[in-house]
Design a protein around this ligand. Structure first.
Ligand code: 4NP
Length: 148
């Protein structure tokens, strides 16, 4: 089974949204994919997702409420086949943490970022859902063997 880890900074807004959207959309697509998420930082370790992310997800049928934040660990680089970062800062931090071993991280969106909504408003959280859905459709097409 393909194992995918979604990564952002705090693991309370973007990457738990990606994880929850992935779980639903991969199941809908009939793909056996194991998903998880983590943050490059430990600021929010052990905490549930941001209530604004939980609300935005719930409005679209994605349940984030049971998720808890964790920081990425060295073993993740060998446990996961794909490590997908929300933005370029996350990607740079991951490259430093990886130390040249294991899975090489990439951006979740091939050539774009999922902007951090943490200091934003409801529209920014809505945008994360939209980008998660768009990116997941592309990822599903790729996993099925089509062009991304
Ligand atoms: P995330 O959002 O990386 O999408 O989970 C953030 C969460 C917390 C902070 C920054 C971004 N923070 O600075 O605490």
């Amino acid at each position: 089974m393909t194992r995918i880890l979604f990564v952002c900074l705090g693991n309370i807004c973007r990457s738990p949204t990606l994880e929850a959207v992935a779980r639903v959309e991969f199941a809908r697509a009939g793909l056996a994919v194991a998903v998880d998420s983590a943050g490059t930082a430990d600021y929010h370790a052990g905490q549930p997702p941001d209530r604004r992310s939980i609300a935005a997800g719930a409005a679209h049928g994605y349940d984030l409420s049971a998720l808890r934040a964790r920081q990425i660990v060295a073993a993740d680089f060998t446990r996961f086949d794909r490590i997908l970062a929300a933005d370029r800062a996350n990607l740079r931090d991951l490259a430093a943490l990886r130390g040249g071993r294991g899975t090489q991280p990439a951006l979740f969106l091939p050539d774009a970022e999922v902007p951090d909504p943490y200091y934003g408003g409801p529209a920014d959280f809505e945008r994360v859902i939209e980008l998660a859905r768009t990116g997941m459709a592309a990822l599903i097409a790729e996993l099925r063997g089509g062009p991304r």
